[in-house]
Ligand binder design. Structure first.
Ligand SMILES: *[C@@H]1O[C@H](CO)[C@@H](O)[C@H](O)[C@H]1NC(C)=O
Ligand SMILES: *[C@@H]1O[C@H](CO)[C@@H](O)[C@H](O)[C@H]1NC(C)=O
Ligand SMILES: *[C@@H]1O[C@H](CO)[C@@H](O)[C@H](O)[C@H]1NC(C)=O
Ligand SMILES: *[C@@H]1O[C@H](CO)[C@@H](O)[C@H](O)[C@H]1NC(C)=O
Ligand SMILES: [Zn+2]
Length: 457
């Protein structure tokens, strides 16, 4: 075993210089992750969230000062790459990031140490290893985007916006791919707070929503979420810490991106995407980061691409400390699961709720925010909090809520139903049969555009 590890070390690491810059295949990535897990047991923990269609493990490396389990008040963060198997830069970046964090922690480099002390970071270097193994090295179009069943994984998540205008027909059940199901199950195991999904073929930070059904969220061609201010801030945190993304280079594929960021829908509508699912149903704010114009750049460009992204990848993790965190307790001091924690002016499609430890995390920009916390059988509590800028302190502002018991003898519900996963479907204003042809026509045009752009990023 020691001999195997030593030869591995020689295979993967350039002595004194860290992880080699090249495209490690699935077996090499697995060996590297096993090596890291074995070498740094105090700050890393390797686990699998499932297998790909062809049976490759979907390995996740957790990093932090308590890598094996959640600690109260320590937010859970994640990075996912290579969901499109032929978009390979993110996968390289995440392996480099792992190397940087573990080396940094043990050489007392302040940023890495503080991040690992204050955050639990989960890294899935490849969500689509089958696609990666099937890819060719084309910059634009290539094999390997889809999983082994030919499905685009970033169109395969449940979509809150899709459905029918009227309830005449049941919503079609989409067959969930195993890689998508693995991520959906993973989201239930931790209270993820912030996440990014790394892609390639463009250079931009894209944020929710990616989809719309023509309801009130549609504003000026963008599909605007209740946390839009936070998403814009998060996207800029990436683009402005990146070597060039903020300049808005479009890679000659579209209009320049102001500040190097875009609303997902405004760029092109996308049903069944992972970022909307994370945000709407897992209360995890997720961005889609497009890291390079070329999806599969030559190996000799990898060091400079890492230089461009390193500070941004670290700065983005720090943003998990925005806003407010804390716990909700009932009148007898017991933490309450499933309490609704709502912030005034933000009508989330699924309200944010406390986890099994009674914890909540709300990413918010600095300023005064009014919270209302509700739980059946208890009086609602409303409090206004003056929220500082948490990232610089490596901690969100901590505030606990205490719920007084309901004084009247009103019926006591023992649990609140979780957000049901039925599609959210708002009729168009003044909608009716007369507007249908226009809507169908629009859908066709949008559909064609979507099909064309869907092959790109
Ligand atoms: C990671 O390392 C720990 C501690 O050495 C070990 O118990 C565990 O089995 C390793 N995980 C994997 C997936 O090999
Ligand atoms: C890991 O933690 C143990 C127990 O706290 C400690 O003795 C050991 O030195 C640590 N290892 C490293 C590499 O820091
Ligand atoms: C991180 O935590 C360890 C253990 O508690 C501590 O020794 C170290 O000083 C901390 N590092 C930073 C940068 O806060
Ligand atoms: C927030 O409220 C406090 C106390 O009421 C007030 O002093 C402060 O100016 C407010 N801050 C902002 C940004 O409105
Ligand atoms: Zn992509």
């Amino acid at each position: 075993m020691g001999g195997v590890m030593l030869s591995l070390l020689l295979l993967l690491l350039t002595p004194g210089r860290g992880l080699e810059f090249r495209y490690h295949d699935t077996i090499e990535v697995e060996e590297y992750l096993l090596f890291i897990n074995k070498t740094y047991p105090n700050i890393t923990h390797l686990y699998s969230i499932g297998q790909s269609v062809q049976g490759r493990e979907l390995w996740v490396l957790a990093l932090g000062s308590s890598p094996r389990r959640h600690v109260l008040g320590i937010p859970e963060f994640k990075y996912i790459a290579n969901m499109h198997g032929n978009e390979v830069v993110g996968r390289v970046m995440l392996l480099q990031l792992i190397d940087h964090l573990v080396q940094g922690y043990y050489s007392n480099e302040p940023l890495s140490s503080r991040l690992l002390n204050s955050t639990r970071i989960h890294i899935l270097p490849s969500m689509n290893p089958d696609g990666f193994e099937a890819s060719d090295t084309n910059c634009v179009y290539s094999l390997g985007r889809f999983n082994q069943n030919g499905v685009d994984l970033n169109r395969n998540f449940p979509d809150s916006f899709s459905g029918r205008r009227r309830q005449q027909q049941p919503i079609q059940e989409v067959r969930r791919e195993v890689e998508v199901q693995a991520v959906m199950d993973w989201l239930k195991t931790e209270t993820f707070v912030l996440s990014a999904n790394l892609h390639g073929g463009a250079l931009v930070a894209s944020y929710p929503y990616d989809n719309s059904n023509g309801g009130r969220e549609l504003v000026g061609g963008a599909s605007v979420s209740p946390d839009n201010d936070v998403f814009v801030h998060l996207a800029k945190a990436y683009s402005y810490n990146h070597g060039s993304m903020h300049r808005g280079d479009s890679c000659h594929i579209s209009k320049p991106f102001t500040d190097g960021i875009t609303n997902g829908y405004q760029w092109y509508p996308l049903p069944g995407g992972m970022q909307d699912y994370n945000y709407i149903w897992a209360q995890c704010l997720e961005l889609t980061l497009e890291l390079s114009c070329c999806k599969y750049p030559p190996v000799n460009q990898l060091p400079s691409i890492w230089q461009q992204n390193r500070a941004a990848l670290l700065a983005f993790i720090k943003q998990v400390h925005l806003g407010v965190k804390g716990r909700v307790f009932d009148s007898s001091g017991i933490p309450v699961q499933n309490a609704m924690v709502e912030v005034s002016g933000r009508r989330n499609l699924c309200p944010f709720r406390t986890n099994q430890h009674g914890e909540y995390y709300r990413l918010l920009l600095p300023g005064n925010h009014t919270f209302t916390v509700t739980f059946p059988g208890h009086q609602a509590v409303t409090e206004t909090l003056n929220v500082p800028y948490g990232p610089d302190l490596y901690s969100a502002f901590t505030h606990n809520f205490l719920l007084p018991a309901q004084p009247t003898a009103s019926p006591v519900h023992t649990s609140t139903p979780p957000c049901n996963h039925t599609p959210h479907w708002m009729p168009l204003d003044g909608g009716g049969p007369t507007k249908r042809p226009l809507w169908v026509g629009l859908s066709l045009v949008l559909g064609l555009g979507m099909w064309l752009t869907s092959l790109l990023y």
